[in-house]
Design a binder for this molecule. Structure first.
Ligand SMILES: [Mg+2]
Length: 421
């Protein structure tokens, strides 16, 4: 069984927890202070007025004149995320962290029992309340696999607890709309319509072949098994590259500052690549100046996880980039291969440096991003700000954790994985 925990209105709840004057009020979280921006989260009180993620600020004020629009504070959300992880970790080991407000636990052995699952869920809720504050509520779903557990967590909000037992499948799912399933977007729903599937009951009755046709491949087959309550084995992800881009603040557009940002981006991309178990064979640097076409250069590499070697190559590429002023930098690691298909690096120096890179990743995971880094990135350390991860369920590419690798969020999961290893 899988227990899926989703924090309710996470960013808005953190603000209400930290700022008592916002409690009980409609709150919209905005990423910057301008009239053209939109809410990236809304409190439950605001949701009653029809305000949700993506709602424009003007529209939000029209719908709810009393709304408190609050500038987002990503660092506070990341800190709270870690506190939540600490809290639930006292109850049960986290299996995977999917985003800043979503995590899953794999209940094994006697913990698969439904009553035991409910008991664990209640303990997690109370651990979060006492460790993080009473405004930090969550909805929990328990079901035979992650897709169904996440679906169950969506069924009751806020502060819900829903269990779907195997014996209730598939009938228990029938009341759901197709788009209630995480991973069924409007686009997928339209494709389902085209193969004659309009309801969840029809979806659950569809054959493997129909599902394949609807999804255009093996993903449909995975869905077939999910809906039956099975946990299909998912083949290795086909991820081809891993990269980061950053638009520079106006005062940082000189080539030297841009180089420092590039170095920082490379560190992030490399840490993420290692975290996901890949080696790269290509490094690409792309420079967009303020007023001219982009410049792109790449270098092919022996399979590499070593940040120092990548930094050296980035330095070589940078020497030939032509622009004195830079609007945006992007660094991409390409030609990714899975670690388990790799042999150990041939040379002792490479082996040592690869181990060093992994060690640095672990230290950064434990003590916060950029606690330890190579001297060359010092300048760029704070230039690429954290963005708030917005991943919902990473729909197959399940192995691709939806943009998380660059964030401190991921670190929680790894920290835990390390402890258990
Ligand atoms: Mg949530």
């Amino acid at each position: 069984m899988v227990l899926f925990l989703d924090l309710n209105s996470f960013f808005a709840s953190v603000e209400q927890q930290l700022r008592p004057e916002l409690r009980g009020r409609p709150v919209g979280i905005i990423p910057n202070d301008c009239d053209t921006t939109c809410c990236i989260a809304a409190s439950y009180e605001a949701k009653h007025f029809g305000i949700k993620t993506g709602c424009g600020v003007r529209d939000a004020r029209l719908r709810c004149p009393g709304i408190a629009l609050v500038l987002s504070r990503p660092d506070e959300y990341i800190t709270m995320h870690h506190k939540v992880l600490e809290a639930v970790d006292t109850v049960y080991p986290v299996d995977a962290v999917y985003s800043i407000d979503e995590m899953a636990f794999r209940l094994t052995g006697p913990d698969r029992n439904v009553d035991r699952g409910r008991e664990l869920a209640m303990k997690m809720k109370s651990a979060i309340r006492s460790h993080c504050g009473e405004f930090m509520r969550c909805s929990i779903g328990i079901a035979p696999n992650r897709l169904l557990a996440k679906s169950a967590s969506n069924m009751m909000k806020p502060d819900g607890l829903v269990v779907i037992e195997r014996s209730e499948l598939p009938q228990r799912l029938y009341p759901m709309d197709l788009t209630d399933f995480p991973g069924i977007s409007d686009g997928i729903r339209n494709r389902l319509h085209r193969v004659g599937i309009h309801t969840t009951e029809q979806l659950c009755r569809a054959t493997k072949a129909t599902m394949r046709r609807a999804w255009g491949g093996v993903v449909g087959e995975v869905w077939y098994h999910w809906l039956q309550g099975d946990e299909p084995h998912i083949a290795a992800t086909k991820r081809r590259n891993c990269g980061h881009q950053h638009v520079l603040a106006p005062e940082l557009r000189g080539a030297e500052q841009a180089r420092a940002v590039g170095i920082r981006l490379l560190h992030k991309a490399a840490a993420r690549m290692r975290h996901e178990g890949f080696w790269c064979t290509k490094l690409t640097l792309k420079i967009k100046p303020p007023d001219a076409p982009s410049w792109v250069a790449y270098v092919n590499l022996e399979p590499c996880q070593d940040t120092i070697r990548l930094l050296w190559h980035l330095g070589e590429l940078w020497k030939i980039q032509p622009y004195p002023f830079v609007f945006a930098v992007s660094v991409t690691l390409g030609g990714l291969t899975k670690s388990d298909q790799m042999e150990e690096p041939l040379f002792e120096l490479d082996r040592k440096r690869t181990r060093l890179a992994h060690t640095m990743d672990r230290i950064n995971q434990k003590h916060g991003h950029a606690s330890i880094y190579y001297g060359s990135m010092h300048e760029g350390r704070d230039s690429a700000p954290r963005r708030i991860p917005f991943s919902t369920i990473p729909d197959l590419g399940l192995a691709d954790t939806g943009g998380m690798g660059a964030f401190k969020t991921t670190d929680g999961s790894t920290r835990i994985a390390d402890q258990r290893a």
